[in-house]
Ligand binder design. Structure first.
Ligand SMILES: C[S@@+](CC[C@H](N)C(=O)[O-])C[C@H]1O[C@@H](n2cnc3c(N)ncnc32)[C@H](O)[C@@H]1O
Length: 246
């Protein structure tokens, strides 16, 4: 199982991620593409780390995620901040909506790396194409093939924090292009630590594989950027941003 107990410490462990910079970068993309964006559908929104800042900026944003636990954290944060956002518990491989003509569809921070089969990515891209308005924009990022196979793959990471300690062991399989991530967490509970474990699987996609599937869905205008820049993604890129227009 993924993002169950982990959901409740996710934000704590992501405290090194600059989500303001992320929102700023996405807004720069929207401006650069000259698209009028008022509404956004965010896939794999997690605990709402992008959803909430976009809502605060008055975008009409709807977040979906497969993990009810991640969404419960997101909803709690909205209550605390007095913000109203609709979050739906949906698997993005089985999108079920009655809304069309969307201005923007977003999927940030590895959402698509969690989709392991080409057919499922293809069906998401097909659905997103159908949901967007003409000239609507589809923005997403993935951990690059380089990052998953060389940097994270077959490596172990760990951190010993005040209240949380974790061990993160990764195994990359060249045949399936998949990383198995074994995560063990120890969270402090008074004098004791509680241990829980999760196994995550992420798929490493090569950019050309993604581009081929986007084209098959009908996207002809596709830009592929490197790590929060407007330079073309290359071999060294760790986070690849895809910007597509219908
Ligand atoms: C690394 S988290 C990113 C969360 C959020 N976008 C952020 O930037 O913090 C990946 C998210 O993808 C979600 N996810 C994985 N597979 C999914 C699926 N099939 N449908 C919807 N969400 C999915 C997980 O539940 C998790 O919340």
């Amino acid at each position: 199982m993924q993002y169950n107990d982990f959901a409740f410490i996710y934000d704590n462990l992501m405290d090194n991620v600059d989500y303001d910079k992320w929102v700023e970068y996405i807004e720069k993309i929207i401006k650069k593409e000259d698209v009028q964006v008022k509404n956004i559908l965010e896939l794999a929104c997690g605990t709402g780390n992008l959803t909430i800042p976009f809502a605060k900026k008055n975008y009409d944003i709807l977040g979906i995620d497969i993990s009810e636990e991640m969404l419960s954290v997101a909803r709690e944060k909205c209550i605390d901040k007095g913000i109203e956002v609709v979050f739906l518990n949906q698997d993005m491989t089985e999108l079920d909506f009655e809304i069309y003509n969307l201005d923007c569809v977003l999927c940030a921070c590895d959402g698509f790396n969690y989709i392991l089969e080409n057919e499922d990515i293809q069906s998401i891209f097909d659905n997103v194409y159908g949901l967007l308005k003409q000239k609507g924009v589809f923005i997403f990022d993935i951990s690059s093939y380089n990052k998953l196979s060389n940097i994270l793959g077959n490596n172990t990471f760990g951190e010993n924090r005040e209240d949380i300690t974790y061990i993160w062991e990764n195994y990359f399989d060249d045949e399936s292009d998949m990383v198995e991530m074994n995560l063990a967490f120890f969270t402090r509970n008074g004098e004791y630590y509680q241990k829980f474990e999760e196994t995550h699987y992420q798929r490493a996609y090569k950019n050309h594989e993604i581009i081929k599937m986007l084209k098959k869905s009908g996207f002809e205008y596709i830009n592929v950027y490197k790590d929060f820049t407007f330079s073309e993604a290359d071999e060294e890129t760790e986070r690849v941003f895809f910007v597509c227009k219908k």
